[in-house]
Ligand binder design. Structure first.
Ligand code: MN3
Length: 198
């Protein structure tokens, strides 16, 4: 099947001032769209043309000759996951099952914030910071470039994109400020709780 670019789950200005409409316009309409276009070009006429996006990512991850396909297909999945990881009026202390799980596995929300921030700010170059479920325990992990928990047997709960294109227009080089704002104002805890239940 052809890989589709999903619409954003909110208006382009819905996350302002934390993430501007201009950033979402470039990030979704240009960057995310380009990954979709490139991945579709790379699967056209191959046995993967009819596969699901998840199947394409897993097949490409297992084949070093398909690095370009992996990078583009994984970035399609990562960005769709990112849009859902954010919500207007999100962030701050979690509610529901994830609040209990964070307390159990990190000790406190404050320790979780500190650990997540250290990983997100410290990820060298382009990549992602993730809250994942790994063997029944919450963990925070950084991945480089397009790498994704999907191919490491871990369940992603939410992600923060730390590629410069995610924050440069709004924060320039101040990645720590972007990560702090992401945790305080953007995390979609309803999405995290839904992923936890899956
Ligand atoms: Mn991005």
């Amino acid at each position: 099947m052809t890989i589709q670019l999903p619409d954003l789950p909110y208006a382009k200005d819905a996350l302002a001032p934390h993430v501007s409409a201009q950033t979402l316009e470039f990030h979704h309409d240009k960057h995310h769209a380009a990954y979709v276009t490139n991945a579709n070009k790379l699967i056209a006429g191959t046995p993967l043309a009819e596969a699901s996006l998840e199947e394409i990512i897993k097949a490409a991850a297992a084949d070093p000759s398909k690095k370009g396909l992996f990078n583009n297909a994984a970035q399609v999945w990562n960005h769709t996951f990112l849009w859902n990881s954010m919500a207007p009026n999100g962030g701050g202390a979690p509610k529901g099952d994830i609040a209990d799980a964070i307390k159990a596995d990190f000790g406190s929300y404050e320790t979780f914030v500190e650990t997540f921030s250290t990983t997100a700010v410290g990820q060298f170059g382009s990549g992602w910071a993730w809250l994942v479920l790994d063997g029944g325990k919450l963990k925070i992990e950084g991945t480089a470039n397009a790498d994704t928990p999907l191919v490491h047997g871990k369940k992603a709960l939410f992600t923060c994109d730390v590629w410069e294109h995610a924050y440069y227009l709004d924060y320039q080089n101040r990645r720590p400020d972007y990560v702090k704002t992401f945790l305080a104002h953007l995390v979609n805890w309803d999405f995290v709780n839904a992923n936890l239940k899956k």
